[in-house]
Design a binder for this molecule. Sequence first.
Ligand code: SER
Length: 877
Amino acid sequence: MTGNEIREKYLKFFEERGHQILPSASLIPHNDPSILWTAAGMVPFKPYFTGKATPENLRVTTCQKCLRTPDIEEVGKTARHHTFFEMLGNFSFGDYFKEKAIPWAWEFVTSVLALPKEKLWVTIYMDDDEAFDIWHKEVGVPKDRIVRMGKDTNYWEIGVGPCGPCSEIYIDLGEERGCGSKDCAVGCDCDRYLEIWNLVFIQFYRDEEGNYSPLENKGIDTGMGLERVASVMQKVKTNFDTDLLREIMDYAGSLLKVKYGEDDEKDLALKVITDHTRAITFAIGDGALPSNEGRGYVIRRLLRRAVRFGRVLSMQDTFLHKVSAAVIKQMASAYPDLEAKQEHILQVIRTEEERFLETLAQGTEIIAKLTAEAKAAGNTVIAGADAFKLYDTYGFPLELTKEIAEENGLSVDEEGFTKALEKQRQRARSARQETEYLSERGVMYKALREELGVTRFTGYSLLEGKANIMAILKDGLQELSAEAGEEIELILDVTPFYAESGGQVSDHGHIVGEDFKVEIYAVSKPLDDFIVHHGKVIAGKVRRHQTVDVEVEGSRRQDVARNHSATHLVHKVLQEVLGDHVNQAGSLVEPDRLRFDFTHFAAPSPEELKRIEELVNNMILANLPVEAFETTLSKAKSMGAAALFGEKYGSNVRVVKMGDFSLELCGGTHVNSTAEIGLFKLVSESSIGAGTRRIEAVTGRGVLQYLEAKEEQISQIAKAVKATPSEVVKRVKGLQQSVKDLESELESLRSQLSRQEVASILGQAREIKGIKVLAAVVSAKDMDGLRSMADLLRDKLVSGIVVLGADNAGKVSLVAAATKDIVKQGVHAGKVIKEVAQVVGGGGGGRPDMAQAGGKDASKLQEAMDKAYAVIEGQLQ
Ligand code: SER
């Protein structure tokens, strides 16, 4: 059974039992700061288990891409460890529980996979008698094949969230795979008993502090590692030998000129390269990019580790992107979007590889130096500060420094490294103090929301309305009233004010009572459904529980809406012009301009940019209707709505539709029809990091301002060149021509002048011991001019030596040029110039026939020339 077949059979088995097959979620968890990666099949479903969101179907089955890095060092050394792997799972959100999950798992394993019952074992959580009874009485597993285990193995949890006791299915791979120990049994670390499936009985919620509370709806989360099961089905020793990985590994072997299976060390390298390349290929495909922080750092670390193992196999060049292409080829049938993103993925990998090879060259030198220094000083430790510097300035992962140090018999002061890192973080944090402070207030807002209830937002259709003041806050504390001049925060029961989110800036406006007025300059949404108005009382006294008129500044809102709607058009147009790999990486929507960041490698050409601008404007002129509606996520997706990286799981999403052209998940405010955007003008395009580009543009009134500024610029240029704006180009061309004419006239006058000078200078030549010697102070505009004059004079002398000196604004230039015949007689221009230069406080030298020098003291130029005669005379002795 191939990997693909197992995947299909699994999903189909559960589909037949009422489960909805969902596609794998992104490796980047959505809205879950407690974890960096989707590390298990249940991760995307946390809100369903807790009841925070309602799924469309209470039974779901998936094959989920997973990434885990804690065991990175084990990868390739063991038969089973991976950073990237696929997990098959079936889930129940408050629907069935153990009574179905257990018999189904057994049925699948024994009927579909047809694994021999007599080789199967199960484990259960210590006191889970319920599970015991189901396994034994209903399924018929003999008592002695059911092993009770502790919390360390049979309780499953992942950070904050749903968790519970679990039960696992093991297969006995035979005594010959065992460690031979007397105590070898299920749970032993050796290769004999292999866990193939974990059934988690979700019943608790673990909070940030580590407290457990029972969940209202119990659920099921199961996980079966696809690569493992494939190894069992294909009767191979390691996951790397399954069809899922073997082809990729063999391809890597062909690139690195290594045959798998001949040498353990080399096999290890191939396995690491294969595993890590799978991980970075999928992670980059899901929108992660290498960087020095968080998720990006994991990618960087995996990629760099793989490159290093390539170097162990003597690969000096970039190669990982080729392995990645093989990964995509292998996995594309199950993950078709990989193919669409192939170009982007390979580009990111190749660029990062190139960068790392440069870094490696630099860093390896530095580590070699550090190692040598440490050894010389009898030290066995590399200082934490040094390791940090390598990390910070050269992007050298700590692990890599450690590995290289270890190869040299040294260790790294990790504590020192952490200290240095922490110090740097603190610096960064104090720069962000303001936002940190706000986030500390989160607790206070949470309490307020509980007390006051949520804020109803009416701003999609209204710009004004009546509301009640629910709370007034000053410096984070509740007050009953506030006076003119005070800065406050207001909480209303209902508001048309849009709070900054999704890249769109907040509304401005006023909140007005009978005898007071508050100017609102910012609006935030610290929690879902909770809107905070930030403003200043500009007249009167505002009191709690008053009824007020709320007024959003309409023109600003409309400017923002124009820019926001334009970003949707830009997004879609970019995909049409540059390709499907383009994805939004960030955006900023302000009244004056919009900024749109997207994934793309090369700089778009001027033609492409023109085309982008033109297409966006076509869509504006087409006057497409803009509608927004709510629907379920899966419906939105099946309609083809664009979503940001990382899926959103909530029962309802808002979709913004522009004619048949664009469909995007979006919570922002928009124009009613694209024509309201007016006009779209690209203002700049630039790179903001590997594989990410930024467009800035203006719309509507912004375009008018842009045109006005351009016009003003032209009129200033026109004024400066004394022409009317329409004649500017002609005038500038005329000016350029006359500059050219003047320059050539100047040049001819100069050469005339120097010819005349040459004639008069030649008259100064002396004869010393039958040789013509000329040393003179001349005028030349630079060293080049002086040299060509010396060449000319030397030619005129036919046989002899010329020494010239010139004063260029206080800087002295000297040149000496001798004909070949007198060089043979012992004259050396280089030596002459050296001595002459000393007179004017300088130095220099050169060949026997040509030399030059500089000096500082122009007042001694004549003296220097006199010296030249003397030196040459000396050389002729
Ligand atoms: N969450 C469990 C695991 O990862 C079962 O899916 O093992």
